[in-house]
Structure formats: structure tokens, C-alpha cells
Ligand binder design. Structure first.
Ligand code: ZN
Length: 300
């Protein structure tokens, strides 16, 4: 993942954690203004230390436990008069999976993935709400097929959606993106034109930040390339890096979804055999053709 995107997403989660910690701290300070609470709080700390000590030395500790229970009852009562609960004294993290750290069991937590997706949406240039399968008015089996695909584990890594303008390609890909994001997948949506520009930037830059340009395209769990064929063909760039991206993603079992106006022959002619064979192979790709005649808007 692009470091900037990851860092921004992580900092959102960190902010949440700090906010929860700060709220708890403020509540404790507020409670501390009541002398009775302060006394109870100090007594509680002492009893907790004593409990730990006795447990460590194998001494009986049932009476200390009782003391602690009594203290917490009194504390609860005291806090009520201040408009607080005992839970208010501890950070109330938004994500219970990771306590707002962004990582659970060494993996990206779903809350962090959600933030990454938000950042990726901006990166993709999306300002509108994505279409959903629920909004679908197209009467085409591909919609059901893809909705199911989004909700099942599938070993086919590539999806090629072809069809002329106005057949609902972009609509379908938006639905797919939305559904995958709902399932906590990290999705990058890019027009072929934008991708091509980024590939050119990558090609002509020689500084240390070079890899960051291409990283999101290589590493996002799902990459959607919209409208392949509308980008200008740049010598030594378009086909070469597109192949690299598709191939590397396949090696890493990452899904690439491509929409295009082109038919199979055009893809073979314009992009060459290596790209064609990876997209057209039915063993590893799902091929969807949206035809005009298949497209009937359901009567409203
Ligand atoms: Zn989380």
C-alpha cells in the first residue's frame, strides 16, 4: 500500500484512540475534584497493589477482594452524583477488535481497512456515493453473478467486463467495488487514463519516491481499471507496465477487474499476447460481455 495512504489511515485510527484516552482522562480529572472519590480512588489503588502482592506470595486474599468490591460500589455511587459511570474512567475505544490501534493479531483490522478505503476513494477521485447492487435496474445476469462473486471466495483472479458505452459497465464495477468495500476488502478504482498517467510518472521519475507511485496498483486487494482502451498508448509504458501490474497481481492472488469497450481481437492487437492471454484465459478470468440487446431497463 502507498505509505502516504496507509499513514493517513493509521493516523485517523490513532486520533480515535487518543480521543478515547483523553475523554477517560478528563472524566477521571472531573471525578478527582470530589474529595470522596479521590479517597476511594487512592484506597482502590492501594488495595489493588496489596492484592497483587498477596497473590504473588501465595497469601490469602479473599478479604482484599471484598474490600475492592465495596470500594467500587461506593465509587459507582459517588460517580453517579457527578454524572459519570465507572466505565467512563476507562477509554471507550470505537473498535473493540483492536482497541483503536488498527491492528489485531498482527493483521490490519477491519476498522483500518475501512479508513484505507476512504483514503483510496479520494485517491480514485470519487466524490460521489458509489452505486450499489440494490440500485440496479439493469436486467442482465452479470449483476447477480458478480454480486455472488463478491460474497464468495473465488480463485479466479481477473474479471474482464466488456461492452459498448451505455451498457452499464461502470455501473456494474461501482456495484462490485461497493460490495467488496462492504466486505472489508481494500479496493482501488482507477480509470485506465489515470493509471496510464501514473505509469508515465513512474517511468520518468528516478527519485526515492518512485515506488510509491505504483505501490497502490500492485498491492491493493482489488484493483479496478475502468475503460481500458481510452488511454493514449505510450511507447515503453502502457503495455509494459500494465503487463507488470496484471502479472504481479496474479502471482500474489490479487484480483484485477478491467472494463473496456474493446473486444478480444482489439485487446490482442493493441496490448499484445502476454496481456491478452492473462485476461482471456477462462481458467483464471471471468469474462463478461454486456451487449446492448441484453440491456433492458426494468419498467419503473
Ligand atoms: Zn479495529
Amino acid at each position: 500500500m502507498n505509505d502516504k495512504i496507509l499513514k493517513r489511515a493509521e493516523s485517523k485510527i490513532t486520533e480515535r484512540r487518543q480521543l478515547a484516552n483523553e475523554r477517560a482522562r478528563q472524566n477521571l480529572l472531573k471525578a478527582y475534584t470530589a474529595p470522596e472519590f479521590k479517597e476511594l480512588y487512592n484506597a482502590q489503588r492501594e488495595a489493588e497493589i496489596e492484592l497483587a502482592r498477596r497473590q504473588a506470595y501465595g497469601e490469602p486474599f479473599a478479604d482484599i477482594q471484598r474490600t475492592l468490591q465495596q470500594i467500587s460500589l461506593k465509587q459507582e455511587f459517588c460517580l453517579k452524583t457527578l454524572g459519570l459511570n465507572s466505565t467512563d474512567l476507562y477509554p471507550n475505544y470505537e473498535c473493540k477488535e483492536c482497541n483503536d490501534t488498527g491492528y489485531a493479531d498482527g493483521h490490519l483490522c477491519n476498522c483500518l481497512k475501512k479508513e484505507i478505503n476512504k483514503q483510496l476513494m479520494q485517491y480514485s477521485g470519487f466524490t460521489h456515493k458509489l452505486s450499489t447492487f440494490e440500485d440496479n435496474k439493469y436486467d442482465h445476469p452479470a449483476f447477480d453473478l458478480m454480486q455472488k462473486w463478491c460474497n464468495t471466495k473465488n480463485n479466479k483472479t481477473n474479471i474482464l467486463i466488456s461492452g459498448y458505452t451505455g451498457t452499464g459497465k461502470t455501473f456494474l464495477t461501482e456495484c462490485i467495488a461497493n460490495e467488496l468495500i462492504k466486505n472489508n476488502r481494500v479496493v482501488l478504482f482507477s480509470s485506465a487514463f489515470n493509471l496510464n498517467n501514473q505509469l508515465l510518472n513512474y517511468h520518468i521519475s528516478f527519485d526515492a519516491g518512485r515506488e510509491q507511485i505504483i505501490k497502490p496498483f500492485l498491492e491493493s486487494e482489488v484493483l479496478i481499471i475502468d475503460d481500458l482502451g481510452t488511454e493514449p498508448m505510450l511507447k515503453n509504458v502502457t503495455c509494459e507496465y500494465l503487463y507488470m501490474i496484471i502479472n504481479e497481481r496474479m502471482l500474489n492472488n490479487l484480483t484485477t477487474i478491467i472494463t473496456t469497450n474493446l473486444d478480444m481481437n482489439d485487446i490482442l492487437t493493441n496490448y499484445g499476447e502476454r496481456i491478452f492471454s492473462r485476461l482471456a484465459n477462462k481458467k483464471i478470468s471471468i469474462l463478461i460481455r454486456l451487449e446492448n440487446e441484453d440491456l433492458r431497463l426494468k419498467s419503473e
